[in-house]
Design a protein around this ligand. Structure first.
Ligand SMILES: NC(=O)c1ccc[n+]([C@@H]2O[C@H](COP(=O)([O-])OP(=O)(O)OC[C@H]3O[C@@H](n4cnc5c(N)ncnc54)[C@H](OP(=O)(O)O)[C@@H]3O)[C@@H](O)[C@H]2O)c1
Length: 264
């Protein structure tokens, strides 16, 4: 299967590092013009430079804006009036005891992880349906289907994204636009190595360390290692492709079998 996204413009929110950066690289490698987004001019410019170095010839559009605000989203839409592929990747997470999560924190998780994606979908979906082609995606998490006791506000936001995705897929019915959620599992992103070495023997080489970590602390994983960001990106690139035209309204798992269920 050869995926060719040349002529398509993609926006990946929160793409200066981690899974978002890998998705931006994957889409660029497939030929798309890719808008890289983060909150500061500096981080976005540096990420755009890294992407151009990683994918020679990539057409990269740096867009610095806090997409969790109305003004930030409006700035993105002004800079990029039409996109063909919208990947709502931005997401924050952090542990907090359930009874100590304040109203403001609940609101912040909803606004950053859910409302930002809803707002951008509302801005871009009419253009996609008008042109008869488009791809909207939401990066969810295993926490969408197995609520983590240590961060129920995060779990709530990811569960909400599955409903948002299914709902907008219905809105786009019959238009040539597909809308899907990707359920990512535990992934090897920045900071994760430090976290792993806090829990296993510091002298172990990385590969053995992560396997020991998974065995002891994430035993449900069927791949028994962390997922590489590129593995999430591969699913996103496929869903963005012409070949994925019959996949919409779905929640696709790239969780290494972490969620112990047949369906998501
Ligand atoms: N990591 C995992 O194991 C894992 C597992 C399952 C699902 N996920 C999901 O995957 C997605 C990406 O996670 P990640 O771990 O790769 O994230 P990350 O490393 O924390 O990166 C977050 C990105 O978002 C940007 N950002 C943060 N707030 C922003 C805002 N308000 N507006 C625009 N950009 C903003 C950051 O850039 P600046 O700092 O430059 O603004 C950065 O590029 C999230 O939705 C997460 O819930 C992650």
């Amino acid at each position: 299967m050869r995926i060719d996204l040349s002529g398509r413009t993609a926006l990946v929110t929160g793409s200066t590092q981690g899974i978002g950066a890998a998705i931006a690289a994957g889409l660029a490698r497939a030929g798309a013009r890719v808008a890289v987004n983060g909150r500061s001019e500096g981080s976005v410019a540096a990420a755009a430079d890294r992407l151009r170095a990683e994918v020679p010839g990539a057409d990269v559009v740096p867009v610095a804006a806090d997409v969790a605000t109305e003004e930030g989203a409006a700035r993105v839409v002004a800079a990029l009036p039409g996109v063909d592929v919208l990947v709502n990747n931005l997401g924050i997470f952090g542990a907090a005891p359930a009874l100590e999560i304040t109203d403001d924190e609940w609101r912040r998780y909803f606004e950053v992880n859910v409302l930002a994606a809803v707002r951008l979908t509302r801005a871009y979906l009419p253009g996609m349906t008008g042109r008869g082609w488009g791809r909207v995606q939401y990066i969810a998490s295993d926490s969408a289907v197995v609520t983590p006791a240590e961060m129920i506000h995060y779990g709530m936001s990811k569960t909400a994204l599955l409903g948002v995705s299914r709902g907008f897929a219905k809105e786009a019915a019959g238009t040539g636009v597909t809308v899907n959620a990707v359920i990512a599992g535990p992934t090897h992103t920045g900071g994760v190595e430090d976290f792993v070495y806090e829990l296993v023997d510091r002298d172990l080489p990385w590969d053995r360390a992560q396997r020991e970590f998974m065995r002891a602390h994430r035993p449900q994983s069927l791949i028994q290692r962390l997922i590489e960001p590129e593995e999430i990106a591969n699913m996103v690139v496929y869903l963005a492709s012409a070949q994925a035209s019959a996949t919409t309204g779905g929640a696709l798992r790239v969780d290494g079998g972490y969620v112990d269920a047949i369906l998501p």
